[in-house]
Design a protein around this ligand. Structure first.
Ligand code: ADP
Length: 245
């Protein structure tokens, strides 16, 4: 693989997003996801860019997806091909993003005048249409199937799977002294089956340390914060217990 992780001659880039490239794998029904170092946006907040960010995001995503697989949650995972590349099932992605909230933070606080850090009595599932030309609007479950973005059964399935992912991940993070505040999930279909896809990392989630309530007042992953790299690596160390990272 090229050091920068770009496509080599002969590789077909199927799609280039803001934080990942999707390349055709050698096998027809597989794609290679290349995690880039670029900055991203989550819940209206800009996340920082640093060298090696793609590799840290991939390492974190690997831990989480392998853990979810061990709980029989169907995911697109995968074989690691390099420090920022993984081969996964090629899915027909559903243009819906599920945002799961366990603790009030970010835009939820503004919308409902809640104090950041307030635990929610039940998890809140919000659905967003992935359509930049419309500004990725929030939708209800019925919008998704009324607009024919998925079937009613698929929507029900996505919602059930999201709740299961949340129960498993929340407990996983809590055992590692982290609070899973909120995060997004994406799903895709393959032969009438729905799989969890994309990534789960601090790029599309808010994780707080239980002991300091996530240094609630300052989100370390923010663009403006020069602690972003340190914070991403600290989370990785926390999840792997590897002190040499
Ligand atoms: P964005 O679309 O927000 O710019 P990325 O930069 O992360 O996102 O681009 C990655 C793209 O790859 C996303 O559109 C995502 O839906 C898609 N994707 C993730 N997993 C798979 C998969 N297993 N098969 C096909 N596409 C996938």
């Amino acid at each position: 693989m090229e050091p920068g992780g770009s496509a080599l001659a002969g590789e077909t880039v199927l799609f280039e997003g803001t934080t990942k490239k999707v390349l055709q794998a050698e096998t027809d029904n597989q794609v290679v996801l290349e995690f880039k170092d670029s900055k991203s946006l989550f819940d209206g907040e800009k996340r920082a860019e640093f060298k090696g960010k793609g590799a840290v995001r991939l390492a974190l995503t690997k831990i989480v997806f392998e853990y979810l697989e061990s709980y029989n949650i169907p995911t697109h995972w995968g074989k690691i091909l390099g420090e920022n590349r993984v081969q996964v099932k090629k899915l027909e992605m559903l243009p819906i993003r599920v945002l799961i909230r366990n603790i009030a933070a970010g835009s939820l606080c503004e919308r409902f005048n809640l104090k950041a850090g307030t635990p929610l009595k039940y998890p809140v599932l919000e659905y967003y249409l992935k359509d930049e030309s419309l500004g990725n609007p929030m939708i209800s479950e019925s919008h998704a199937y009324a607009f024919d973005r998925c079937s009613p059964d698929e929507m029900k399935h996505i919602s059930r799977l999201s709740s299961k992912v949340n129960a498993v991940l929340k407990a996983f993070m809590e055992r590692r002294k982290l609070k899973l505040v909120d995060y997004t999930l994406e799903f895709g279909r393959l032969q009438n089956q729905i799989y969890l896809a994309d990534e789960i990392s601090p790029d599309n989630s808010r994780l707080w340390y239980i002991e300091d309530n996530g240094a609630l007042k300052q989100n370390y992953f923010r663009l403006a914060n020069n602690k972003a790299e340190e914070s991403f690596r600290a989370i990785l160390k926390h999840l792997t217990g590897d002190r040499n990272l």
